[in-house]
Design a binder for this molecule. Sequence first.
Ligand code: FAD
Length: 458
Amino acid sequence: MKTISIVGGGFCGCMLTLHLLKKRHSKIKIHLIEKSEKLCRGAAYSTEFNFHLLNVNAGKMSALQSDEDNFINWLKENKYPYNNEDYVPRKLYGNYLSSLLYHELNEDPGAVDIHTEEAIDLTLDNDKAIILLESGKKIISDKVVIAPGNFPPQSDNDPFEKYIGDGIYFTNPWDHQAIIGKIHKEEDILILGSGLTMIDLCTTLFYNSHRGKIYTYSRHGLLPAVHKPVNYYPPFYHEIEKANSLNKVLSIVKKHLQSHKQQGGDWRDIIESLRPFNQKIWMNFSIKDKALFIKKLNRLWSISRHRIPQEYQITINELLKNKMLEIHSGTIESIEKNGRKLNITIRKNKSEQPITISVHKVINCTGPQLNYLKLNDRLIQSMFQKGLIHPGPLNLGVDASADGKVKNHYNENIIYALGSPLTGVLFESTAVPELRLQAEVLADILLFSDLPVEQKPY
Ligand SMILES: Cc1cc2nc3c(=O)[nH]c(=O)nc-3n(C[C@H](O)[C@H](O)[C@H](O)COP(=O)(O)OP(=O)(O)OC[C@H]3O[C@@H](n4cnc5c(N)ncnc54)[C@H](O)[C@@H]3O)c2cc1C
């Protein structure tokens, strides 16, 4: 009997489990290892707050690639009043994922062992993988899938580093309950970063009736764009496919943006039309072009691609209108402790006078740490030390083939990665619309890739 261990019981780990159970032709044993108390939640769907919304509309959030209306139908069956274009509470989405998984688990309760603890070490012994759990328990399996999700931010040369652990500086921006539990409503807050996590946190503070001032700081000060209805724009990947550099790809995209704008179209239509091809485009870039993209274009891409629902924009506008929120950009010139507060001096550019803001608390929302070499995570460190993983392109995630097979010295078909560890390889390995496909394809590989060709069902 084949044994498969999955480290991480968030979206990826749980949907992979579901597909393995649905697709298996013979008996298998699955070990699903999740360090938190709840399956299917991860950082995204573990929020208890109904004002935390999905940033993709309900019509595109089916967890199953082959059943596009699965989420919408679940909402209808459970009498939730949402339509395709609505942005649904993330908590509800977690409930949906749980109902899918537990339905499948109940069909064959013995097939999956759920381990509620952290996997801290992995070794290979001949053709088996041995996972060590925090309790000392060892799990032996034929295949292992690493699906750990996003790791909290760790800024390079972080000027606030010395305040970690003293109650001023929060480095896990997704633990909203813990953050608001430690912040007084009158306190002034600085949020580092101006992306989706910053918006999420401002929303939490707003609904928590925060009365202190909120400042945000990022080098550029750009906020995520807002969702608007998208119209179909015909795919033009056949033009991009022939381009052999980032510059050429860019000029093709710009051409389409301009002509669409001239005809009264919206840029979002072009971004959405590119979406199914983004991974291919990334994989075709040279390493030099990948680095150039990250350096020069990643922020612009990110704010255009990962947009916010209008509900969030209304909250942000309300905070701005009431002068409770100030958005700053530029360079941090100095940080000085002044009693219970930090005085932070920011200069927008050389021609402007610096400004100094004074805050009680600082929260790092600069985005997940994707450079796995810098992680403190025990499992990831142990895998690096044993040569079981190597850094992915540009040190993002781990090196692997596009279908998730991890590349290492041993080159065995034993270790696979799913979701964010594949960011360097695929670039877009973040949101449900791409992760659901990854999970389904990986299930086929795990179940059938060792079979002789004539026995493979695909
Ligand atoms: C705040 C937030 C909001 C988001 N909103 C959306 C959205 O609206 N729409 C969308 O499409 N995407 C969204 N995303 C993207 C999100 O990352 C994916 O939708 C999806 O949840 C990722 O699934 P995952 O399994 O890779 O990671 P997760 O769902 O985070 O799961 C990873 C799990 O692995 C566990 N784990 C890690 N290491 C170990 C270990 N060593 N041992 C045991 N367990 C371990 C963690 O506890 C965690 O539960 C959001 C992300 C965040 C952070």
